[in-house]
Design a protein around this ligand. Structure first.
Ligand code: ADP
Ligand code: MG
Length: 298
């Protein structure tokens, strides 16, 4: 069986002014059919770039991306458009729905491009929305839907042309915890029940247990383990960042905090108490003998 997705020594560099950075740096990856791979990485680690290379939305500077045995570089523009339309479903963090269209027409849009007859595509769109628990929302426009509902519409849209490969860029980042889980379990079900290959890139720690395989991206390089680099959570935006590359640090009651950007640092400085728990409200430290027992529980 052909491997649905393979990257061989893929690099993507961006040049801005005098500086060139490798957003994806000599990266190898092979994903099996039906496998759900989650790639975790802090902000700026190259997640979106990697996913767009896989989805043929970006061309690598060097190296080869192969989808279902076809090297993208060997395809014509038209063939790449066909590949994207039929073999890849892309789910964006911000949903990217068409505001003027209702749910059923949003979902059906890629089927229109694929030339599916109108009745057939509307029926398939309804079925998918039904399966994703949105049967009662098919006539609603995006502005009448919650974040979780919008993301489910976007998932249905990614599935309408029955692609073998589903790619999701931070699909839970704009959602509350409950909707995030729901969306993730849908993706998990899709991978398991239809043997579709799913690749999710995220900095959301809440969702990692759903993965068949968990990988870590840092500075455009993939790692099997997280221990290869130190990270911390920015207390303001909640984003995971590599401590070495933090925009700045602050210390509060002897604990160091790292910030992703000057914006978060500035927000923190304006009102530190907003972002740091009051130590008086923290649970009391257990006595030493209890402490070791608690540790064993974890
Ligand atoms: P992530 O999705 O993990 O936050 P990105 O893939 O968006 O990371 O970005 C990785 C790195 O590449 C960052 O340093 C970012 O600034 C840079 N980058 C991404 N896209 C471009 C672009 N179009 N032009 C210049 N630099 C870019
Ligand atoms: Mg990104």
């Amino acid at each position: 069986m052909t491997t649905p997705l393979r990257l061989d020594d893929v690099t993507k560099t961006f040049t801005t002014g005098d500086t060139t950075i490798a957003a994806v740096d000599h990266l190898d990856l092979s994903v099996d059919a039906g496998e759900l791979v989650i790639i975790m990485g802090p902000s700026g680690s190259g997640k979106t770039t990697l996913l767009q290379l896989i989805g043929a939305l970006l061309t690598p500077t060097s190296g080869t991306v192969t989808i279902n045995g076809q090297a993208i570089a060997e395809l014509t523009r038209t063939q790449i458009a066909e590949l994207r339309l039929h073999q890849i479903g892309f789910i964006f963090q911000s949903f990217n729905l068409l505001e003027a269209l209702n749910a059923v027409d949003n979902v059906a849009a890629p089927a229109t491009l694929a030339g599916t007859p109108a009745r057939q595509r509307r029926q398939r769109s309804r079925e998918l929305l039904d399966q994703l628990g949105l049967g009662h929302r098919i006539e609603h426009r995006p502005d009448e839907l919650s974040g979780g509902e919008k993301q489910r519409v976007a998932i249905a849209r990614a599935l309408i042309n029955d692609p073998a490969l589903i790619l999701a860029d931070e699909p839970t980042a704009s959602l509350d915890a409950a909707s995030g889980y729901q969306v993730l379990h849908l993706l998990q079900d899709i991978a398991a029940s239809t043997a579709k290959t799913v690749v999710i890139v995220t900095h959301d720690h809440r969702i990692t247990d759903a993965a068949d395989r968990l990988l870590w991206l840092a500075d455009g390089v993939l790692h099997d383990r997280r221990a290869d680099f130190a990270t911390a959570t920015d207390p303001v935006c909640g984003m995971e960042i590599i401590t070495e590359r933090a925009a700045g640090t602050r210390t509060h009651h002897g604990e160091t905090m790292w910030f992703c950007s000057q914006v978060c640092l500035h927000k923190y400085d304006l009102n530190p108490r907003l972002w740091t728990p009051d130590p008086s409200s923290a649970p009391p430290t257990p006595p030493p003998d209890l402490g070791s027992e608690h540790d064993a529980d974890r």
